[in-house]
Design a binder for this molecule. Structure first.
Ligand code: SAM
Length: 400
């Protein structure tokens, strides 16, 4: 990637995010909203990423693309000494106010106005943090290697960006918007016209301004999201080991004991996340609604597996195991395997989603915005609910 192109994209992203800062979540609201936000952050790090707040205590942390610092300050409140690198001076000014307000040791934290690509320092950190940034650069792989170079041996890198497949519907939205809008104001109008429900829903969960949401999702011109496989390759290239992620994507098919050598590293199979990515691509309803439907075939399967294992369970000299009965249970079990289809619900949903995507393309081709609006208003799968599950966070560590 030429440095000219990198700088050109950086400038365009900076202009967009100076016009509408994308990372104002609570700083323009009450302290109570900070507390709610922070409690949810604790849930993310402790419950989802298995990286509890205590892990930040006494640690030197650097956050790249820190924005307004609203996703950094709670890490400071958990005991991290933070260095914030951000290229937007308006966002950085807010981050200083946020740290003044919500930390008791403002002077111990440092703020650098710089692009990731220009940032130079001999310091190395226990934790490198970078969320929602690299997809906005023209060289996300180069940017990843750059931020990873600031890790101490044994240090952790916490990295988050949207996922390429999870962002598929978002990309379709962008495609439609750009067909009908070339200027920022027009993009805002078309977004409101076509995707009002989506913006309403985003506001319900994290109450940013409508323009900030629109600029962050659809106006910013670099939204080049990586797949799980790409991220795992970056880990390999930088000698990093996958520690956790949310959402998870590891298929539970590993069975080695802790003593087994050589160890299997899930990241060595780069396509390990592809089924999860398909689920994120079509995500519209909540997990509580969808997961039982996807996993329903497991119930009948579980019964036959239990009956077989139970029949020989605690086998000892007094057991009365009948060969015929055992063979019958084995046959039943093999039969259950033949009927086990975990993709049934997913295939139905994905087929319907893709049919709607194709029908949308026909409407867009017609060039009639009103027709497109009417079509989108009537879809069952496309652009409904979460409109795909975009954001992913990963934790990895550098070998000591
Ligand atoms: C979506 S915001 C995320 C901010 C923050 N990390 C968060 O989690 O709220 C993206 C931020 O990345 C910054 N950014 C984008 N490209 C950058 C680069 N090349 N170097 C430094 N910061 C960058 C933008 O200025 C913006 O503040």
């Amino acid at each position: 990637m030429s440095s000219g192109k990198v700088k050109q994209v950086e400038q365009s992203v900076l202009e967009t995010f100076k016009a509408e800062i994308p990372s104002r979540y609570f700083s323009d609201k009450t302290e109570k909203e900070y507390e709610v936000y922070k409690a949810n952050a604790a849930y993310l790090y402790r419950d989802l990423l298995k990286f509890p707040p205590q892990m930040f205590n006494g640690r030197a942390l650097i956050d790249f693309g820190a924005g307004t610092g609203e996703n950094t300050v709670y890490l400071a409140s958990w005991g991290a000494t933070c260095t914030l690198v951000e290229m937007n001076d308006s966002a950085q000014a807010i981050s200083k106010d946020v740290f003044r307000k919500y930390t008791a040791n403002f002077d111990e934290h440092r703020f650098f106005l710089s692009s990731i690509f220009d940032y130079q320092s001999a310091d190395r950190y226990d934790i490198v943090h970078c969320r929602g940034v690299l997809s906005h650069t023209a060289d996300k792989e180069g940017a990843f290697s750059k931020i990873a170079s600031f890790l101490k041996p044994g240090g952790y890198l916490i990295f988050g960006d949207p996922n390429k497949a999870g962002g598929f519907q978002n990309m379709l939205q962008r495609y439609v918007i750009y067909k009908f809008a070339k200027t920022w104001d027009k993009m805002v109008d078309v977004s409101e016209l076509l995707f009002k429900d989506d913006i309403d829903r985003s506001q319900k969960f994290v109450n940013r301004t409508r323009r900030a949401i629109i600029f962050d999702r659809w106006v910013v011109q670099s939204q080049n999201d990586p797949s799980v496989a790409e991220v795992l390759r970056w880990f390999d290239n930088n000698e990093l080991v996958l520690y956790s992620s949310t959402p998870g994507f590891l298929l539970p098919v590993m069975g080695d004991s802790m003593h087994h050598m050589p160890k299997f590293e899930p990241q060595s199979f780069k396509d390990i996340g592809v089924l999860s990515e398909a689920v994120w691509m079509m995500q519209n309803a909540s997990d509580s609604e969808e997961v039982p439907k996807i996993l329903r075939p497991l119930t009948a399967f579980a019964e036959t597996q239990f009956r077989l294992a139970q029949y020989v369970s605690n086998c000892n000299v007094e057991s009365d195991i009948q060969t015929g009965a055992l063979k019958q249970k084995i046959d039943d079990y093999v039969d259950a395997w033949k009927h086990l289809d975990l993709t049934e619900h997913l295939v139905t949903r994905m087929t319907a989603l893709m049919a709607e995507a194709k029908a949308l393309l026909d409407r867009v081709e017609s060039g009639n915005l009103d027709e497109v609006r009417t079509y989108i208003a009537g879809t069952t799968h496309l652009f409904r609910g979460a409109v795909g599950n975009r954001h992913m966070d990963y934790v990895c560590y550098k070998r000591s």
